[in-house]
Design a protein around this ligand. Structure first.
Ligand code: IPD
Ligand code: CA
Ligand code: CA
Length: 270
């Protein structure tokens, strides 16, 4: 059984503490589905509370580090080399609808590079973690991306834009291309977990456009440390800045990149 580093311990303890609140909140949300007002406000409260817990725990353990989080934006620390990147609740729409698939994502950046990542799924008690150069783990088990080589046997996760996104047409062209070439496409609803599932070999690849740094910071490291390959949609490494992500095992990354590129060329962005 691998011994967790002090850094991963800090991240794991923070995630476990925040998760207790989320699980309590999720129980309430299931009750609120039938109320007229719905669980909307309640969910934002649970989200903000998880963020406060994470911030308090991470700052207590590493007082000088900066923090970038979805709800709170960026806070600079006295230590300009280190920054936490946090999504307290990834999969809000699932949470809101009582669908038990959401996560907490925590990454640590050193000198602008992510060196540790943790994605925790509270409903399954699955903790995915990685440190640069030290491999990726699901709880105590070492992870490896899938070995599948054939697209027609591959299951690919994705994120579908919502609410009249400008990118809808382009996205639909990529979806059509991947649907036609693979064994199945999954929209699970938490980008951080999608990447963790690629690291775990559950999905053979993942693509999405327009994500935020807190959605992907931890998950990208998980995939790399599990032996997979990550890029933006042009094969570059701008994922954190552009929000465009393609992750897969080494065999499938190139064929998927070609599929997506051709689909996008046929249907350029609006
Ligand atoms: C969302 C989830 C979803 C992805 C969206 C994200 P949130 O994050 O990761 O899977 O498709 O693009 O915004 O809003 O639930 O934290
Ligand atoms: Ca998110
Ligand atoms: Ca979120």
């Amino acid at each position: 059984m691998p011994v967790r580093s002090p850094t991963l311990n800090v991240m794991a303890n923070a995630a476990l503490k925040a998760a207790r609140g989320l699980i309590r909140g999720f129980g309430e949300v299931e009750q609120l589905q039938v109320s007229v007002k719905g669980p909307g406000d309640f969910v934002s409260t649970a989200d903000l509370k998880a963020e406060r817990t994470l911030k308090a725990e991470l700052t207590r353990a590493r007082p000088g580090y900066g923090l970038l989080s979805e709800e709170g934006g960026g806070t600079a620390g006295s230590d300009s080399r280190h920054r936490w990147i946090v999504d307290p609740l990834d999969g809000t729409t699932n949470f809101l609808h009582g669908i038990p698939h959401f996560s907490i994502s925590i990454a640590l950046e050193r000198d602008g590079e992510v060196v540790a990542g943790l994605v925790y799924d509270p409903t399954r008690d699955e903790m995915f973690s990685a440190e640069k150069g030290a491999g990726a783990f699901l709880n105590d088990r070492r992870l490896r991306v899938s070995a599948r080589r054939r697209l027609d046997e591959a299951v690919i996760a994705t994120g579908i834009p919502a609410l009249q996104s400008e990118a809808q047409e382009t996205y639909l062209a990529t979806l059509a291309a991947v649907m036609a070439a693979t064994a199945g496409v999954r929209r699970l609803g938490s980008a951080a977990l999608d990447l963790a599932y690629v690291a775990a070999g559950r999905c053979d690849g993942f693509w999405e456009f327009g994500l935020s740094p807190w959605d992907v910071a931890a998950g990208l490291l998980l995939v790399r440390e599990a032996g997979g390959y990550v890029s933006d949609l042009s094969g570059g490494q701008t994922m954190m800045a552009s929000g465009d992500v393609l992750a897969a095992n080494d065999h499938l990354h190139l064929p998927l990149a070609v599929l997506l590129k051709e689909a996008r060329r046929a249907r350029p962005a609006a």
